[in-house]
Ligand binder design. Sequence first.
Ligand code: ATP
Length: 306
Amino acid sequence: MTYVLETKNLTKKYKNTQALDGINIKLAKGNTYGFVGQNGAGKTTLIRLITGLSFPTSGELYLFGQTGEKQLQQQRKRIGCMVETPALYPNMTAYQNLEIQRIQRGIPDKKVIYDTLELVGLKDTGKKKVKDFSLGMRQRLGIALALINDPEFLILDEPVNGLDPIGIVEIRELIKRLNKEKGMTILISSHILEELYQTVDHYIIISHGVILENLTQAELNEKCKKHISIKVDDVSAAAAILEEQLHTMNYQIMPDKSIRLYDYLEDIKSVSTALSRNNLIITGISLDGDNLEDYFIRRIGGNKCD
Ligand code: ATP
């Protein structure tokens, strides 16, 4: 399978900082990925390597199956990228900003400007200057600049940073539309997991330059789902008791031999009574399940910002 992006043991070291430490990721065509990590985790560094703004210390980078600096440079024409604060001309309109970008990129057809403004929901801004735009409108114009070459792979570095809830929803809808209507592969970074929730279908969690987890939306939901976590001396016997005496099949045996029970959430006592009545030794029983930010903080091991 050819991936839009693949990295093999990618590292980047600045003088005293290991910004990326052996990154292995694969991004498949048509998926949307949330790239989540606290400040300083390495998100921007990876994006700079992908877009050719900086070079890896070691490891390999493939774009659309190609590697080697010359080929990568060629493949980068298929990418659109917006970094945190897009460089916009405040005294110009949205159209004029895009016109400059069109000329710089050497795109002959002026129609792309209208098409792109329509795509990001800014086609009716007329003579309004960018300095009078809301932050959300500016971000969407920044995304428009990245879209003008009709990229197959779009990278957005912290596009919802500082936006209010309405602005976040606007960006969320735009990303979904680009993915659905154009089949665009999208990588979007954020330091807040909650902001990306339901915007993307995969999450890549990075901390201190290391990928901690790569999971789908469904897997994330599963991990955050409320449940009773049970630890007993005999897992098979406990499972039989759940089924036969508590009449539930709604449980899972985890790799660490704990049981996750998704029923009886309001009645842990009945569960512990049934288990101990059958002479099982309970070493732990508790109500578990995270909200998204708790989960994220637990995964990165403490401070969200360091
Ligand atoms: P943020 O959310 O704050 O943008 P980030 O996840 O994008 O964070 P990076 O900007 O990639 O993190 O930084 C990763 C690490 O590399 C940090 O410790 C940062 O201080 C360091 N770093 C980044 N750029 C440089 C540079 N040009 N010179 C030295 N160190 C750098």
